[in-house]
Design a protein around this ligand. Structure first.
Ligand SMILES: Cc1cc2nc3c(=O)[nH]c(=O)nc-3n(C[C@H](O)[C@H](O)[C@H](O)COP(=O)(O)OP(=O)(O)OC[C@H]3O[C@@H](n4cnc5c(N)ncnc54)[C@H](O)[C@@H]3O)c2cc1C
Length: 466
C-alpha cells in the first residue's frame, strides 16, 4: 500500500530469469534463449491428443494462488486436484486486498470484514499524515480473514468440479520419458484416518506449485532460493471504544525503531486489530521491532489482549527458476510479493489464474497434453504485465526506507493530494496510472525537495554522531 505510481517507470521490462530447458525427450521446440527472447520460433501444436480422459493437473497448496488456479482449471475442462494440508489454515497475514480483487474474483461482500477508507502514515517522529481523502465513495481497501478468503476460493473451485484433497504433499517422482505422468506422494487426512493420515499417490500430467514461501514443489524442481523478509504479527483484541477508532482506519508506521527496511502496521480485522512488522536485513531483531510497533500505537491499543502471535517469511523477489518441464510455480512459491508494500494476496490469486489459463489454452480445454512452452506463456505474460509494478516499488523502498530522514520525507510527500490519488489508484486498481504532466512536474520538484531536505538532515545527524 505504500506504493506511489511513478509513471516514468512504465515500459521497463525484465529479461526472464528462467533457465530454459525442457525435460529430456520433449519434442524439439526451439525455446528462446535469455538473450534472444524476442525471436521466438512459433511451432504448431505438437503435443498428442488425450483420449478417454482429460488433462490431469494437481495444484499443491490451497491459499489464494491455489484456489484461483484450481477454479480456472476446473472451469476450463481440466481434471483438477487441489491438495491442501490444512483446510482451516489461518495464514499469518494482514489480510489487506485491493478493490479490484473484489471485482475480478467476484468476491461476495460478506467475506470482507472491513472496508478501510482512511490510512494514517506515521513518520519516525510521529508526524501522522491522513491519506484517503481522494477516495471516491465506493472505493476502499478490503480487510479479510485468510481462513475465510482461502476457504471460499477453494470451495468455489470444488463446486465447479475440482477435487479438493486434505493432504500433505511429500514428494514427486519425475517422468522418465515424454508425456509420462508425474507421481505425487502425499499423506491424506480424513475422518477415518484421523491425525495420522494415510500415504497415497496421484498421477498427473502437470503440477502447479502454490504451496507458499516454503514450497516443496520449488525444492522438487530445484527452483533456487530467494531473499525473504520475516514478518511478525500479533492479533490484539482491544476494547470496543478503541476498536471504533480502527473501524475503517489502517495505520502504517515507519522508522528505524519499527523496521530498518519495512514498515509496522495496525490493520483492523473483524473484532480485533492485527499489529505487525517485518524485516529482511535484521531478522534476529524482529521481536524488538514488534515491541516498538506496539509501543508506537500504545495509546490506541491500551487494554488490548494478545489473542494470537504469528510469523512467516515473505519472499523478496522471484525464484531463479519458476518452471521445469510441466511443473510451474505461482504466488509466494514463485516469489510474487511486492517490495515496499509487502502485498501478495492479489498477485497470488492473479498468478494462479493466469497460469491455469495458459494450461487450459495450451491443452485445448484438457484435450491435449500440455507442454513446457505452454507454461512459459504464463511466465512471459506475468513478467510483461507486472514487472513495472515490482520495479517501481523496489525503487521506492530503496529511496524512502533507507533512513529516518528519508522516511520523514516520504511521509511529508504523502500529504500531497496528487501523491495520494496516484498511490490509491495504483494500489486499488493495480495499474501504473498515467498522471497529469503539470502535477507530475510538481510532484518531481516536491520529491526532490523532500529528499534534499532529508539528505541535509541526515548529514547533520551524521555530524552530531561523530
Ligand atoms: C505477517 C504477514 C502479513 C501479510 N500481510 C499481507 C497483506 O495485508 N496483504 C497482502 O496482499 N499480502 C500480505 N502478506 C503476503 C501474503 O500473505 C502472501 O503473499 C499470500 O498469502 C500468498 O498466497 P499463496 O497462495 O501464494 O501462498 P499461501 O497463502 O502461503 O498458501 C500456501 C498454501 O499451501 C499450503 N501448503 C504448503 N505446503 C504444503 C504441502 N506440502 N502440502 C499441501 N499443502 C501445502 C499451506 O497450508 C497454504 O494454505 C502478508 C504476509 C505475512 C507473512
Amino acid at each position: 500500500m505504500a506504493s506511489i505510481a511513478l509513471k516514468t517507470f512504465t515500459g521497463l521490462r525484465q529479461a526472464s530469469p528462467e533457465n530454459h530447458h525442457s525435460i529430456s525427450l520433449q519434442k524439439a521446440v526451439a525455446l528462446p534463449s535469455q538473450t534472444h527472447r524476442r525471436i521466438q520460433i512459433i511451432a504448431g501444436k505438437t503435443s498428442p491428443k488425450i483420449t478417454g480422459r482429460n488433462l490431469r493437473v494437481a495444484v499443491i497448496g490451497g491459499g489464494p494462488a491455489g484456489g484461483a488456479a484450481a477454479e480456472t482449471l476446473a472451469k476450463g475442462g481440466i481434471e483438477t486436484y487441489l491438495i491442501e494440508r490444512k483446510l482451516d489454515n489461518c495464514k499469518p497475514c494482514g489480510g489487506a486486498i485491493p478493490l479490484c480483487m473484489v471485482g475480478e474474483f467476484d468476491l461476495p461482500l460478506d467475506i470482507i470484514d472491513r472496508k478501510v477508507t482512511k490510512m494514517k502514515m506515521i513518520s519516525p517522529s510521529n508526524v501522522a499524515v491522513d491519506i484517503g481523502q481522494t477516495l471516491k465513495p465506493h472505493e476502499y481497501i478490503g480487510m479479510v480473514r485468510r481462513e475465510v478468503l482461502d476457504a471460499y476460493l477453494r470451495d468455489r473451485a470444488a463446486d465447479i468440479g475440482a477435487t479438493v484433497i486434505n493432504g500433505l504433499f511429500l514428494k514427486m517422482d519425475m517422468p522418465t520419458s515424454e508425456n509420462q505422468p508425474y507421481v505425487l506422494h502425499y499423506t491424506c487426512y480424513n475422518a477415518k484416518t484421523g491425525g495420522a493420515g494415510e500415504k497415497r499417490t496421484l498421477e498427473v500430467d502437470a503440477v502447479i506449485g502454490a504451496d507458499g514461501a516454503n514450497s516443496r514443489i520449488a525444492k522438487s524442481i530445484n527452483a533456487g532460493d530467494y531473499e525473504y523478509a520475516i514478518a511478525f504479527q500479533e492479533r490484539i483484541k482491544i476494547p470496543d471504544d478503541k476498536m471504533k477508532y480502527y473501524e475503517n482506519l489502517a495505520e502504517m508506521y515507519v522508522g528505524d525503531d519499527v523496521s530498518p527496511d519495512f514498515y509496522g502496521w495496525v490493520f483492523p480485522k473483524c473484532d480485533h486489530v492485527a499489529v505487525g512488522t517485518g524485516t529482511v536485513t535484521h531478522k534476529g531483531d524482529i521481536k524488538k521491532f514488534q515491541l516498538a510497533t506496539r509501543l508506537r500505537a500504545r495509546d490506541k491499543i491500551l487494554g488490548g489482549k494478545i489473542i494470537r502471535v504469528e510469523a512467516h517469511p515473505i519472499p523478496e523477489h522471484p525464484r531463479p527458476r519458476r518452471l521445469f518441464g510441466r511443473v510451474t510455480l505461482v504466488g509466494d512459491a514463485a516469489g510474487y510479493v511486492t517490495k515496499c508494500s509487502g502485498e501478495g494476496i492479489y498477485f497470488a490469486a492473479k498468478s494462479g489464474r493466469m497460469c491455469a489459463e495458459a494450461i487450459v489454452e495450451g491443452s485445448e480445454n484438457g484435450k491435449r497434453m500440455v507442454e513446457e512452452r505452454d507454461l512459459r506463456n504464463y511466465l512471459e505474460k506475468w513478467d510483461k504485465t507486472y514487472w513495472p509494478t515490482y520495479k517501481v516499488l523496489d525503487v521506492l523502498q530503496k529511496v524512502f526506507y533507507r533512513s529516518n530522514p528519508a522516511r520523514e520525507a516520504f511521509v511529508e510527500m504523502c500529504a500531497d493530494e496528487y501523491v495520494q490519488k496516484m498511490t490509491f489508484d495504483s494500489y486499488l486498481y493495480k495499474k501504473v496510472v498515467p498522471g497529469n504532466p503539470l502535477d507530475d512536474l510538481k510532484l518531481a520538484v516536491n520529491t526532490i525537495g523532500s529528499l534534499v531536505r532529508a539528505n541535509a538532515l541526515r548529514k547533520e545527524m551524521d555530524k552530531m554522531s561523530v
